[in-house]
Write a protein that binds this ligand. Structure first.
Ligand code: URA
Length: 230
């Protein structure tokens, strides 16, 4: 496919505007400015516009280390959204595959592939998520036992699925859960008589938050990370 067609498909701009952007030297192919609108884009070529990678395959898969203060919805009248933290050009809007609370930090997966995100979020798939939790009070053996058995949350009829708990310190644990109920970790800890002071998601299934990502930073998923869900 010609570069101007690729550019216009990826951005939604007209072919005329695409040619203009290419002619101005705003488009790179594998890091080098490419001014030929007729250049034929190869499958492995990385095309970028003002440094932002473009894709027409349509599907984008990104991991973000969410900072506090951002919401995971696509639009919010009061708070900035996680989408404002990623610099991608995509015709189909991105969404978060599973939400974190505004004050929770850590791994958020962003995509424009609804089927892929459904496999992560649908209760049927019981995808495991691991959280690092700072607690207000020291964790007790009895609290761990209850969490590992499943607890009845306030205003709910069925207990949670059993969680996996690893104690890091008396007031710091790792908890892995396979559901996505509203404020689930905070409510589970409240139900056993403790309180979450800080919550950070470290993993979704086998996808671990990249330790090189500072809060607010993101990167594309690798093929292996994408395929796991597929
Ligand atoms: N559980 C919570 O309570 N909050 C989150 O953000 C994620 C899981």
């Amino acid at each position: 496919m010609r570069l101007d067609k690729f550019f216009s498909d990826a951005t939604g701009m007209s072919r005329k505007d695409a040619k203009r952007q290419i002619g101005k030297g705003n488009v790179t192919c594998n890091g080098e400015v490419e001014k030929r609108a007729a250049y034929v884009v190869a499958e492995q070529d990385e095309i970028a516009w003002h440094g932002e990678q473009l894709s027409i395959a349509g599907n984008l898969y990104i991991m973000l280390n969410k900072p506090p203060g951002f919401v995971c919805s696509t639009a919010d009248p009061e708070h900035p959204t996680v989408l404002e933290l990623v610099d991608v050009v995509s015709r189909t809007p991105l969404h978060a595959a599973g939400r974190l609370d505004i004050d929770t930090t850590g791994l958020v997966l962003l995509t424009n592939d609804g089927q892929w995100s459904h496999r992560i979020t649908s209760p049927q798939h019981q995808c495991e998520k691991r959280y690092r939790v700072e607690l207000a009070d020291p964790i007790t053996d009895e609290q761990i036992k209850q969490l590992e058995q499943g607890v009845l949350l306030r205003n709910e009829d069925t207990p949670t699925l059993p969680a996996k708990v690893a104690v890091i310190d008396v007031q710091e644990i790792l908890i892995s859960i396979s559901e996505g109920r509203y404020h689930q970790v905070k409510r589970m800890l409240a139900a056993v008589g403790n309180h979450v002071d800080a919550l950070h998601r470290e993993a979704i299934g086998p996808i671990e938050l990249d330790k090189d990502l500072e809060l607010g930073e993101s990167r594309y998923l690798t093929d292996e990370e994408i395929v796991w869900v597929g």
